[in-house]
Design a protein around this ligand. Structure first.
Ligand code: SF4
Ligand code: SF4
Length: 197
Protein backbone atom coordinates (compact mmCIF):
# COMPACT_ATOMS: atom_id res chain seq x y z
CA UNK A 1 0.00 0.00 0.00
CA UNK A 2 1.19 3.53 -0.71
CA UNK A 3 -0.28 6.94 -0.02
CA UNK A 4 -1.14 8.21 -3.50
CA UNK A 5 -0.29 11.83 -4.26
CA UNK A 6 -0.71 13.88 -7.40
CA UNK A 7 2.76 12.91 -8.63
CA UNK A 8 3.31 9.40 -7.35
CA UNK A 9 1.43 6.27 -6.41
CA UNK A 10 4.27 4.04 -5.23
CA UNK A 11 6.01 3.66 -1.90
CA UNK A 12 9.54 4.95 -1.53
CA UNK A 13 12.40 2.46 -1.80
CA UNK A 14 14.63 2.57 1.28
CA UNK A 15 18.37 1.95 1.04
CA UNK A 16 20.49 1.69 4.19
CA UNK A 17 24.25 1.54 3.64
CA UNK A 18 25.51 -0.97 6.24
CA UNK A 19 29.09 0.22 5.75
CA UNK A 20 28.22 3.76 6.80
CA UNK A 21 25.48 3.02 9.37
CA UNK A 22 26.55 3.32 13.02
CA UNK A 23 23.28 1.78 14.25
CA UNK A 24 22.36 4.86 16.30
CA UNK A 25 18.65 4.21 15.66
CA UNK A 26 17.75 7.86 14.95
CA UNK A 27 16.10 7.01 11.63
CA UNK A 28 14.01 4.33 13.32
CA UNK A 29 12.77 6.69 16.01
CA UNK A 30 11.82 9.40 13.49
CA UNK A 31 10.00 7.10 11.07
CA UNK A 32 6.39 7.01 12.26
CA UNK A 33 5.39 4.63 9.48
CA UNK A 34 7.25 1.63 10.89
CA UNK A 35 9.13 1.33 7.60
CA UNK A 36 12.40 1.18 9.54
CA UNK A 37 12.87 -0.95 12.66
CA UNK A 38 15.74 -2.11 14.87
CA UNK A 39 16.25 -5.85 14.82
CA UNK A 40 19.12 -7.55 16.60
CA UNK A 41 20.79 -4.15 17.05
CA UNK A 42 20.68 -3.38 13.31
CA UNK A 43 18.47 -1.16 11.21
CA UNK A 44 16.23 -3.14 8.96
CA UNK A 45 13.06 -2.68 6.92
CA UNK A 46 9.83 -3.06 8.90
CA UNK A 47 7.67 -6.02 7.94
CA UNK A 48 4.38 -4.31 8.84
CA UNK A 49 4.54 -0.58 7.99
CA UNK A 50 1.40 1.53 8.33
CA UNK A 51 1.37 2.77 4.70
CA UNK A 52 4.79 1.91 3.32
CA UNK A 53 7.45 4.61 2.98
CA UNK A 54 5.63 7.83 2.05
CA UNK A 55 8.80 9.76 1.34
CA UNK A 56 8.77 12.32 4.14
CA UNK A 57 12.57 12.29 4.02
CA UNK A 58 13.00 12.62 7.78
CA UNK A 59 15.21 9.52 8.04
CA UNK A 60 17.62 10.94 5.44
CA UNK A 61 17.66 14.32 7.14
CA UNK A 62 18.37 12.99 10.62
CA UNK A 63 21.00 10.38 9.72
CA UNK A 64 24.40 11.62 10.95
CA UNK A 65 26.24 9.29 8.55
CA UNK A 66 24.26 9.88 5.32
CA UNK A 67 23.64 6.16 5.40
CA UNK A 68 19.97 6.11 4.49
CA UNK A 69 18.57 7.08 1.13
CA UNK A 70 15.02 7.08 -0.16
CA UNK A 71 14.50 6.51 -3.83
CA UNK A 72 11.24 7.28 -5.61
CA UNK A 73 8.39 9.57 -4.59
CA UNK A 74 10.46 12.28 -6.27
CA UNK A 75 13.09 12.22 -3.52
CA UNK A 76 16.85 11.91 -3.69
CA UNK A 77 19.90 12.75 -1.60
CA UNK A 78 20.26 15.92 -3.69
CA UNK A 79 17.22 17.29 -1.87
CA UNK A 80 19.13 17.37 1.41
CA UNK A 81 20.63 20.74 2.27
CA UNK A 82 23.31 21.29 4.90
CA UNK A 83 21.76 22.42 8.19
CA UNK A 84 22.97 25.72 9.67
CA UNK A 85 25.43 25.75 12.50
CA UNK A 86 23.68 26.11 15.90
CA UNK A 87 25.31 29.52 16.40
CA UNK A 88 23.52 30.84 13.28
CA UNK A 89 20.05 29.81 14.37
CA UNK A 90 17.52 32.62 14.77
CA UNK A 91 16.56 33.14 18.39
CA UNK A 92 13.16 34.19 19.70
CA UNK A 93 13.73 37.97 19.83
CA UNK A 94 14.89 38.25 16.21
CA UNK A 95 12.14 35.97 14.95
CA UNK A 96 9.49 37.84 16.95
CA UNK A 97 10.64 41.24 15.66
CA UNK A 98 10.65 39.92 12.10
CA UNK A 99 7.11 38.60 12.39
CA UNK A 100 5.90 41.69 14.19
CA UNK A 101 7.12 43.82 11.29
CA UNK A 102 5.26 41.82 8.63
CA UNK A 103 1.76 42.48 7.36
CA UNK A 104 -0.20 41.05 4.48
CA UNK A 105 -0.29 43.07 1.26
CA UNK A 106 -3.48 44.99 0.44
CA UNK A 107 -2.30 47.21 -2.39
CA UNK A 108 0.36 45.95 -4.73
CA UNK A 109 2.72 48.51 -6.22
CA UNK A 110 2.69 48.95 -9.99
CA UNK A 111 6.18 47.57 -10.18
CA UNK A 112 7.49 44.21 -11.35
CA UNK A 113 9.30 42.10 -8.77
CA UNK A 114 12.89 41.47 -9.73
CA UNK A 115 13.45 37.82 -10.72
CA UNK A 116 16.22 37.28 -8.16
CA UNK A 117 13.82 38.35 -5.37
CA UNK A 118 11.22 35.86 -6.58
CA UNK A 119 13.91 33.17 -6.57
CA UNK A 120 14.85 34.08 -3.00
CA UNK A 121 11.23 33.95 -1.85
CA UNK A 122 10.81 30.52 -3.47
CA UNK A 123 14.05 29.30 -1.91
CA UNK A 124 12.83 30.38 1.53
CA UNK A 125 9.34 28.94 0.98
CA UNK A 126 10.85 25.58 0.04
CA UNK A 127 12.18 25.20 3.58
CA UNK A 128 8.68 25.31 5.11
CA UNK A 129 7.67 22.21 7.05
CA UNK A 130 4.90 20.23 5.36
CA UNK A 131 2.33 17.80 6.67
CA UNK A 132 1.62 16.26 3.29
CA UNK A 133 4.22 14.03 1.65
CA UNK A 134 6.61 16.39 -0.21
CA UNK A 135 5.52 14.89 -3.53
CA UNK A 136 2.11 16.52 -3.07
CA UNK A 137 3.28 20.04 -2.32
CA UNK A 138 3.07 22.61 -5.10
CA UNK A 139 4.07 26.23 -5.29
CA UNK A 140 2.19 28.58 -7.57
CA UNK A 141 3.89 31.81 -8.65
CA UNK A 142 2.00 34.51 -10.54
CA UNK A 143 4.51 36.56 -12.46
CA UNK A 144 3.38 40.09 -13.19
CA UNK A 145 0.47 42.32 -12.31
CA UNK A 146 -1.64 41.10 -15.22
CA UNK A 147 -1.50 37.50 -13.97
CA UNK A 148 -2.45 38.55 -10.44
CA UNK A 149 -5.47 40.43 -11.77
CA UNK A 150 -6.44 37.48 -13.97
CA UNK A 151 -6.35 35.25 -10.91
CA UNK A 152 -8.43 37.73 -8.89
CA UNK A 153 -11.12 37.81 -11.59
CA UNK A 154 -11.09 33.99 -11.83
CA UNK A 155 -11.69 33.88 -8.07
CA UNK A 156 -14.62 36.29 -8.42
CA UNK A 157 -16.06 34.14 -11.25
CA UNK A 158 -15.88 31.13 -8.96
CA UNK A 159 -17.66 33.11 -6.25
CA UNK A 160 -20.37 34.06 -8.72
CA UNK A 161 -20.97 30.35 -9.37
CA UNK A 162 -21.38 29.89 -5.59
CA UNK A 163 -24.01 32.59 -5.32
CA UNK A 164 -26.65 29.97 -4.55
CA UNK A 165 -24.87 29.54 -1.18
CA UNK A 166 -26.19 32.90 -0.01
CA UNK A 167 -29.80 32.19 -0.96
CA UNK A 168 -32.23 29.50 0.22
CA UNK A 169 -31.60 26.53 0.25
CA UNK A 170 -27.90 27.44 0.62
CA UNK A 171 -28.67 29.53 3.69
CA UNK A 172 -30.48 26.59 5.29
CA UNK A 173 -27.36 24.48 4.76
CA UNK A 174 -25.27 27.05 6.63
CA UNK A 175 -27.80 27.02 9.46
CA UNK A 176 -27.59 23.25 9.61
CA UNK A 177 -23.77 23.51 9.81
CA UNK A 178 -24.19 25.17 13.21
CA UNK A 179 -24.64 28.60 14.67
CA UNK A 180 -20.95 29.49 14.55
CA UNK A 181 -20.60 28.71 10.82
CA UNK A 182 -23.84 30.52 10.01
CA UNK A 183 -22.91 33.64 12.01
CA UNK A 184 -19.53 33.78 10.26
CA UNK A 185 -21.15 33.54 6.84
CA UNK A 186 -23.83 36.06 7.78
CA UNK A 187 -21.31 38.61 9.03
CA UNK A 188 -18.54 38.01 6.50
CA UNK A 189 -19.24 35.54 3.68
CA UNK A 190 -22.65 36.79 2.51
CA UNK A 191 -21.72 40.52 2.43
CA UNK A 192 -18.42 39.72 0.67
CA UNK A 193 -20.06 37.62 -2.06
CA UNK A 194 -22.81 40.23 -2.44
CA UNK A 195 -20.27 43.00 -2.87
CA UNK A 196 -17.99 41.19 -5.29
CA UNK A 197 -20.38 39.42 -7.63
S1 SF4 B 1 11.11 8.67 4.21
FE1 SF4 B 1 9.76 8.91 5.97
S2 SF4 B 1 8.33 7.21 5.80
FE2 SF4 B 1 10.06 6.73 4.48
S3 SF4 B 1 11.43 5.49 5.76
FE3 SF4 B 1 12.10 7.63 5.92
S4 SF4 B 1 11.06 8.42 7.74
FE4 SF4 B 1 10.02 6.53 7.14
S1 SF4 C 1 20.25 7.23 11.42
FE1 SF4 C 1 21.76 6.58 9.92
S2 SF4 C 1 23.45 5.86 11.13
FE2 SF4 C 1 21.72 5.96 12.51
S3 SF4 C 1 20.78 3.91 12.40
FE3 SF4 C 1 19.78 5.13 10.86
S4 SF4 C 1 20.91 4.74 8.95
FE4 SF4 C 1 22.19 4.09 10.67
Amino acid sequence: MAIPTSRTKHTGVIHVDDEKCNQCGLCVSICKDGSLVMKGGRVTLGSDPVFGCYGCGHCMAICPESAVEIEGRELSLDDLLPLPDASRKTLFDDLYQLMLGCRSIRDFKKKEIEPHLIDQIIEAALTAPVVLPPSDVKLLVFKGRAKVREFAFDAIDQMAKSRWLIKPPGIWLWKMAGNEAYELMKGFGFPLINKLV
